[in-house]
Design a protein around this ligand. Structure first.
Ligand SMILES: C[S@@+](CC[C@H](N)C(=O)[O-])C[C@H]1O[C@@H](n2cnc3c(N)ncnc32)[C@H](O)[C@@H]1O
Length: 243
């Protein structure tokens, strides 16, 4: 296990070797779980949990025809919203933060969701089990900004990540990013705009200033807006062929 402050590793490495990946997340555990959270985990987690190496057919009982992935779902409000509004789509959510997983399970129970499976860990550990073109969308909403320059390399949005995202998406599939951090926004743009596998679909400023019509604000989205840092949304379409 790589210690959170160990900067000796690089993220820009060949994919598929999780041990060599720098952590892009902070804590795995936060406040002590409340008894109702523990009860939710005990009740649902075994049935909903995804293990690695990922076997999609076993995870969903059959190979899903339509599949989306949310990376770092936090409290799971966006994942639950999408899953409830798209019952014909299968959803994978990845989140190492146990308190977030417990909150997601509350949404899961309240909305009676059947089409979601959860991975309690680094989403990148799932990638080798996701075939080329299997995903119709990937959501990365308010990824950890790692604002200190010496920690920037922990940021999830890096070229190797974009290469993998492009591989896993169907042609025309969407990679959707959101951030409230101006520095990370520039970082994202610097990488996605030069990536040959994606095109930015925005036509007007509202396309990046307004929350997409099919989404809801996440906990971090609400918090940052109330603190005067509204989110920017980047909707990127996988090109049919790399430019
Ligand atoms: C700033 S929070 C945002 C949470 C949520 N998306 C929201 O908007 O409220 C970033 C989340 O991404 C998770 N995360 C970071 N790196 C991740 C990774 N490689 N795989 C899965 N989750 C990750 C963190 O644990 C954290 O919960």
């Amino acid at each position: 296990m790589i210690a959170p402050d160990d900067d000796s590793n690089e993220t820009d490495e060949a994919p598929g070797s999780p041990r060599r990946l720098l952590h892009s997340y902070g804590r795995r555990r936060g406040r002590k779980l409340k008894p109702n959270q523990t009860a939710l985990l005990e009740k649902h987690l075994d049935a909903l949990s995804v293990t690695t190496p990922l076997d999609l057919a076993a995870t969903f009982g059959r190979m899903p025809e339509r599949l989306r992935l949310e990376i770092g779902f936090g409290g799971g409000e966006h994942l639950a919203h999408q899953a409830a509004n798209n019952p014909d789509v299968s959803f994978l959510g990845a989140e190492p933060f146990m308190n977030g997983v417990a909150t997601m399970l509350r949404h899961f129970e309240q909305k009676g969701l059947r089409n979601v499976r959860l991975y309690r860990g680094d989403a990148r550990e799932l990638f080798s089990g996701i075939p080329d073109g299997a995903l119709e969308a990937i959501y990365v909403l308010h990824p950890d900004p790692w604002p200190k320059a010496r920690h920037n390399k922990r940021r999830l949005i890096q070229k190797p990540f974009l290469d993998q995202a492009r591989r896993m998406l169907k042609p025309g599939g969407e990679l959707r990013l959101a951030t409230d951090d101006p520095d990370y926004l520039i970082w994202m743009l610097q990488r996605v705009l030069i990536h040959p596998g994606f095109e930015w679909t925005a036509r007007t400023a509202d396309d990046w200033r307004l929350i997409p019509a099919d989404a809801i604000e996440t906990r971090y989205g609400i918090k940052s807006r109330l603190e005067g840092r509204p989110a920017t949304f980047l909707k990127l379409r996988r090109r049919e062929t790399a430019a």
